[in-house]
Write a protein that binds this ligand. Structure first.
Ligand SMILES: Cc1cc2nc3c(=O)[nH]c(=O)nc-3n(C[C@H](O)[C@H](O)[C@H](O)COP(=O)(O)OP(=O)(O)OC[C@H]3O[C@@H](n4cnc5c(N)ncnc54)[C@H](O)[C@@H]3O)c2cc1C
Length: 290
């Protein structure tokens, strides 16, 4: 994370520095500089491993007009990336609610409550800590409900078997049901190998404990992002209309994601009524067919 608490790609040249990259950040990362640097190194014949979202990997291939042998690319199963502006605004709200003390660091995937019940942790400048879960942290709720993913994420076509990467990594959500004996709630990753180069690379990673997944389709209902882009929440536009006026407010998330009340349900029914009635009328049927 950079000094503004936003994810930014960096290049590292020894093992020690890898820890600076670790941890999923559920925000669109800034990758332009790193993409150009990586492309330069690759052109000079230096071996490079580049990791990022599927679209960032596709971008690197486009920059290089191909996929040279000294480049290994790793993307991840991507639900979509939230807007960095929305995340920054959320951090501002957290600071305001904490007597104006700004957030120093924010972690999205703390595993102290386990891998499945992952939690967020905000550490403030005064070293106080506030944590939430994927169901109570308002930013995570909005993210997982597709309220503020980038618009392009909803039309993503570079995932799954269309990935441009050598290897795709993700969470093996559903392991509890499909491979209960392998699940110790410390985290199981899914690795998809797309190319021969990716296969050779994986074979060299001797310390990994691997087991084959017989049928990837079994995981579809647990991790749909492997196969298809997320659909925008019907209230996405409403969220942005409010956000542009007032910034991120946890109360807005709670209101927009609350189950529809009686009034909203009645309005929805009325909104769908004319079509239903029309469909029943022979005249309406003909009009719809035309
Ligand atoms: C926006 C986003 C959406 C995701 N959606 C899903 C999903 O729907 N299903 C699923 O199975 N997995 C998803 N993942 C991947 C999942 O979070 C990781 O596979 C898992 O947490 C790996 O954990 P780890 O501790 O093994 O590795 P980590 O140490 O968390 O490694 C993650 C790698 O991704 C890089 N990275 C982190 N954040 C970003 C970012 N914003 N942009 C580019 N690169 C980044 C890190 O630098 C690191 O190399 C998503 C990740 C992101 C960033």
């Amino acid at each position: 994370m950079n000094e503004r608490n936003l994810p930014e790609h960096i290049g590292v040249f020894d093992r020690q520095q890898i820890k600076d990259m670790q941890g999923s950040k559920y925000v669109q990362s800034y990758s332009a500089d790193a993409l150009f640097h990586a492309a330069d190194l690759v052109k000079k014949g230096i071996p490079v491993l580049f990791s990022g979202t599927p679209c960032q990997i596709a971008g690197l291939d486009a920059l290089l007009a191909g996929h040279p042998d000294n480049l290994i690319t790793v993307d991840f199963v991507c639900h979509g990336a939230p807007s960095p502006g929305v995340f920054s605004s959320y951090l501002t709200e957290l600071g305001k609610n904490h007597d104006g003390v700004p957030v120093k660091t924010f972690r999205f995937r703390d595993k102290r409550l386990g891998w499945k019940n992952f939690s967020t942790v905000a550490v403030f400048q005064d070293e106080q800590v506030e944590s939430g879960t994927q169901t109570t942290d308002p930013f995570m709720r909005g993210f997982l409900n597709n309220l503020y993913l980038r618009p392009s994420c909803h039309a993503c076509h570079v995932r799954g078997t269309n990935s441009a990467a050598d290897i795709t990594m993700g969470d093996l959500w559903g392991a509890q049901q499909v491979y209960p004996d392998k699940d110790d709630d410390r985290g199981l990753s899914l690795i998809l190998v797309h190319t021969e180069r990716g296969r050779r690379f994986l074979d060299e990673c001797e310390s990994l404990k691997l087991f084959p997944v017989d049928d990837l389709n079994l995981f579809k209902r647990f991790n749909p992002s492997i196969f298809e882009p997320a659909t925008a929440h019907p209230k996405r536009e409403k969220f942005f209309a409010i956000y542009h006026k007032r910034g991120f407010e946890s109360a807005t998330i709670a209101r927009l994601l609350a189950p529809p009340g009686r009034f909203e349900r009645a309005c929805n029914r009325i909104r769908h009524l004319p079509k239903a009635i029309l469909r029943r009328l022979p005249l309406g049927k003909r009009a719809e067919e035309q």
